[in-house]
Ligand binder design. Structure first.
Ligand SMILES: C[S@@+](CC[C@H](N)C(=O)[O-])C[C@H]1O[C@@H](n2cnc3c(N)ncnc32)[C@H](O)[C@@H]1O
Length: 142
């Protein structure tokens, strides 16, 4: 992550399980979200590095590695048709990753921010506005 951005904690509470019906049908594999592999690969490799995942499953590691310009190598004991098909539709995963990366270094995702606003809880934006109002009041008093 950006060294000037949000710290990445040990527990990644912002990652949801893959629930999309189409994805869940893949291989019956316990598919990891692209977000997890995006982070793992981003944190541990540079472009052109080789990523090895010996438990292919739905091929999320390979997909993330491919999109992120890493070389990759994999093994899967079960069927790999779904991985091959996934690569034929790589633009779908590419778009998912692009959309996720737009929210990189944001404390709350757009969805969480809206939910917090609706609940009347603080958001980064509300704190900024409150801070600015405080600063203006202080200037006016001075
Ligand atoms: C949890 S899934 C991996 C999910 C994958 N990382 C993803 O997100 O798409 C584990 C996979 O490892 C495979 N597997 C288990 N034992 C294996 C072995 N000895 N050699 C190769 N693959 C194996 C299973 O068939 C299963 O598809």
């Amino acid at each position: 992550m950006n060294p000037k951005g949000v710290n990445l904690s040990d527990v990644w509470w912002d990652v949801s399980p893959v629930r999309h019906a189409k994805c869940n049908g893949r291989n019956g594999a316990n598919e990891l979200p692209l977000k997890v592999l995006d982070r793992v690969i981003e944190l541990s490799t540079d472009e052109g590095d080789l990523v090895f995942d010996p438990f292919g499953g739905a091929g999320t590691t390979y997909m993330a590695a491919e999109i992120k310009a890493r070389r990759w190598l994999g093994i899967e004991i079960g069927p790999t048709d779904d991985i091959v098909q996934r690569f034929a539709e790589i633009e779908q995963d590419s778009k998912i990753l692009d959309d996720q990366r737009k929210e990189l270094n944001a404390l709350f995702s757009a969805q969480v921010r809206v939910a917090r606003e609706r609940a009347g809880w603080w958001t980064c934006e509300s704190v900024r506005v409150a801070d600015e109002e405080k600063r203006q009041r202080a200037l006016n008093l001075g």
